[in-house]
Structure formats: structure tokens, C-alpha cells
Design a protein around this ligand. Structure first.
Ligand code: RB5
Length: 144
């Protein structure tokens, strides 16, 4: 199960990524927004991340116009490691080294085909653990 959320700037890309994920057999929980009416991305980040933190999700996806605001908001929430990704290499490495549990995209930055390719790079990668686990623990110690 994957949880996804967007503001109005990410609505179209959210629909496309949901369609892709469903086409490969993934279940997706849609935290909105559900149309192109203007909403505030911190509200969507909060709703989506809190849903993710309930447990049972592989990872989450957040989309706003640039991906910047919604990733900034997500990373304020304890337990969230949100990576704003715009190329496959970063997506692969954020899984391998940061074990990002939330991916952010810019709906006005990244086209559908590239976004799907980036998503595949993340999903096909594995967290390496070891020294990277220690570094992740240090990230979360900054929350205190
Ligand atoms: C909304 O216009 C836009 O500011 C938002 O989607 C996002 O790009 C903010 O970082």
C-alpha cells in the first residue's frame, strides 16, 4: 500500500502516478487534494505523512508545484524522511542511503514519463543499512 497526496499544483501528476501504481498492482490511498482548487501544501503534507505514520504503507508520495514546499513541510514531521527527486539517480540513492519514506515531486517541474521512471528507480532500489542506518538515526536525533 502506498499513500499519496498533492496540492493543486500536483493534482494532474498525482492522478497519473496513481494510475501507474494501480497498473502494476499497487494499492494506493489518496489523501487528496481531489481537484485543482487552491489548497495549502502544508495541510496535505501533514495529512499524508500522518497517514503514513499509522503504519502499513511501503512509502508515500507528495506532489506540489515544485515539490519544494511540500517536502519542506513533510520533513518537519518526526519520522518522515522526504526526498525531493527530479532524476533517477537521486531516487535510487535516497532509497539506498537515506531510506527515504516519502518521495516528493514537482508537478510543474517533472513530466509524467520521467516521474514514473524516477519512481521505478526508487522502488527497484534497496536500503543498504550499516553506516547509513547510523546516519539516519542521527537525522532523527535532530528532531528532539
Ligand atoms: C502553489 O502555487 C505552489 O506554491 C506550490 O504548489 C508549491 O510549488 C510550493 O512549494
Amino acid at each position: 500500500m502506498i499513500v499519496i497526496g498533492c496540492d493543486h499544483g500536483g493534482f494532474e501528476l498525482k492522478q497519473e502516478l496513481m494510475n501507474y501504481l494501480k497498473s502494476i498492482g499497487k494499492e494506493v490511498l489518496d489523501c487528496g487534494t481531489y481537484d485543482t482548487q487552491s489548497v495549502d501544501y502544508p495541510d496535505i503534507a501533514e495529512k499524508t505523512c500522518k497517514e503514513y505514520l499509522k503504519g502499513g504503507y511501503e512509502f508515500g508520495i507528495l506532489i506540489c508545484g515544485t515539490g519544494i514546499g511540500i517536502s519542506m513541510a513533510a520533513n518537519k514531521i518526526d519520522g518522515i524522511r522526504c526526498a525531493l527527486v527530479s532524476i533517477e539517480y537521486s531516487a535510487e540513492m535516497t532509497k539506498r542511503h537515506n531510506n527515504a519514506n516519502m518521495l516528493a515531486f514537482g508537478g510543474r517541474v517533472t513530466g509524467v514519463e520521467l516521474a514514473i521512471s524516477i519512481l521505478k528507480a526508487y522502488m527497484n532500489a534497496e536500503f543498504e543499512g550499516g553506516r547509513h542506518e547510523n546516519r539516519i538515526n542521527k537525522i532523527h536525533s535532530l528532531e528532539k
